[in-house]
Design a protein around this ligand. Sequence first.
Ligand code: IVH
Length: 686
Amino acid sequence: MTEGQARKRLKELTMEIRIADQQYYQDDAPVLSDAEYDALRKELLALETEFPQLVTSESPSQNVGAKPSGKFGKITHKVPMLSLDNAFTDEDVAEFTVRIKRFLNLPQESVVEFTAEPKIDGLSAALRYEKGVFVSGATRGDGQVGEDVTANLRTLDTVPQKLLGTDWPDILEIRGEVYIDHVDFDVMNDAQIAAGKDPYKNPRNAAAGSLRQIDPSVTANRPLKFYAYTWGEISAPFSNTQMGAVEAMARWGFSTNDLMKAHESSRSMIAHYNAIEEARAGLGYDIDGVVYKVNDLTLQERLGFVSRAPRWAIAHKFPAEKAITVINDIEIQVGRTGALTPVAKLEPVTVGGAVVSNATLHNEDEIKRLGVKPGDTVEIQRAGDVIPQVLRVTKDGDAPSFVFPTHCPVCGAEAKSDVDAKTGRVDIVKRCSNGMNCPAQAIESLIHFVSRRAFDIDGMGEKQIELFYERKLVNEPADIFTLEDRNSDIQLEKWEGWGDTSAQNLFAAINNRRSIDFDKFLYALGIRHIGQGNANLLAKHYLAWDKFYHEIQSIGSEDSLAWTELMAIDGVGIGAASAIKEFFHLENNKTLISNLLRQVSVIDAVAPSADSVVAGKTVVFTGKLEKFSRDEAKAKAQSLGAKVSGSVSAKTDYLVAGPGAGSKLKKATELGLHVLSEDDWIALIT
Ligand code: IVH
């Protein structure tokens, strides 16, 4: 390479690295994989070594410590970091309080106290204290495992290094929100602009990017704040109420929110919500709603969790923000399950602090209902992290009406609507009928397979999957795991943008995932209706993959025992059960799974709290329970590791029968099963 060529290439590399840095640091939305980024830097360093006269002070090689590697250590949350269910209307809030009393078997006229506090729009973090000293801090991550950002959190004034007072538990994990307030955000952006850089989009993105800096001295210069609102692992309880707990946090030196108040009725909670909404613009920091929590911690404990959110809390969201813009085009996207989804490509517009250029149109009926077509001016809305929606056409363009395709725009196969076998109802969604032979479905399935909540393969994302698929190197999941063996032919390290390190890193990341939990494996298969929640229920029920697979294979008719068992799993509905049956009976899928199992092993699920006498037992509740609501009894049994079933069979271990029990009790007696009263049951489990 001549010096001239090197100068030109160095310029290009500098630009590419700058853009990547910006995407990573400022937008918190990296586009390049770590491997791709590393390859750029490697090429730049090699050229600079060869042509030292071309090194300038502007070169990325001169900015020490700015290298985003994404290589934070991992911290497993001892207590998972959950999310919150949402309420959008006053009725939703009233219904929430009714539901809670019903679950607790309390009369509706009784008083249950709730706290209400602003929902700050930042990112959550968990701070661990041992004997009052800050020892580690993590991001939420996927709720189970977060990133170790201890050094960065240490730089925040609002993260005490040592707790005040002495009445804290020896092990104390405080959780709360990391955010940037409006004044600081404006100052930060002024400085950005003065330095000729692009301003940050919103305080949330700026906070996320600032916390995830590899170099803590960069974080130290960012105006991050932490506000405490809950806790994770603790060695001893430190309050009886939510309010008391937050007051204790304030005594120990944490910032807490002074708009938090306790209420005795949904009416007063809503009045508080309205007051906070009114004050919103002047608060000085972004909030996107109000969080209500049951104040009494004993009641919180009884209420427990449903999949990924507590039953005892809810986020009352502020109404969505709206904007007017023009639809440039309507694009049909084909998803993992073949669904054809129309997406409005919009003239970019800012709504509630974010630039929006796509909005979903859901399906063909929605397009007809709205009467929308390219060229129309429309009103759109964006609520929090929900995909923006088109609300209505405000001005007609003059294009002819939109014709929804009858065939898959990607592979050309016919697009069909499912017909419900029982009701005969035709689904409004059209699906490509070509299964995994459709490149869009295959690629989307593979992307889902490697995604964070599934196989979580570092450095393997949308771009890499598309590349491997296009080159016919990865057609199905198992192929990912044979890439390294085939590399003498593939020579990944020689591909543009790749190098030895990035190729080796990818293979290492793949090899890291050769054993995987049952629920993640099942979720990764991308079966319709099998999200994380259902995958978890199924794994907890069958425990071993082989057992599950064998049982599902043995489902013949809808009255087979295996089918009855699947349908009886509490929380698994008919849609999910049918999808499971269908998926595992398709020859293509059986081959796909056996190929995959030659590469990876599935780790059995563990029955929760095996030390309980009812762990692993199957329980059926029938008749009226008097001490607990049916829901609480079920939830309690499940938390002790029992399986709750809706129907009695020879596999039932206990039938808990209250007054008014009928056919189930009769059947259990005929089968000679163990029948318990509610009191017997309570005695058994306590
Ligand atoms: S309580 C188990 N309180 O909202 C419940 N969360 O949508 C834990 N958030 O991940 C959350 N302000 O990042 C709680 N006052 C508040 C909050 C709050 C903001 C965030 C938090 C959480 C997300 C759930």
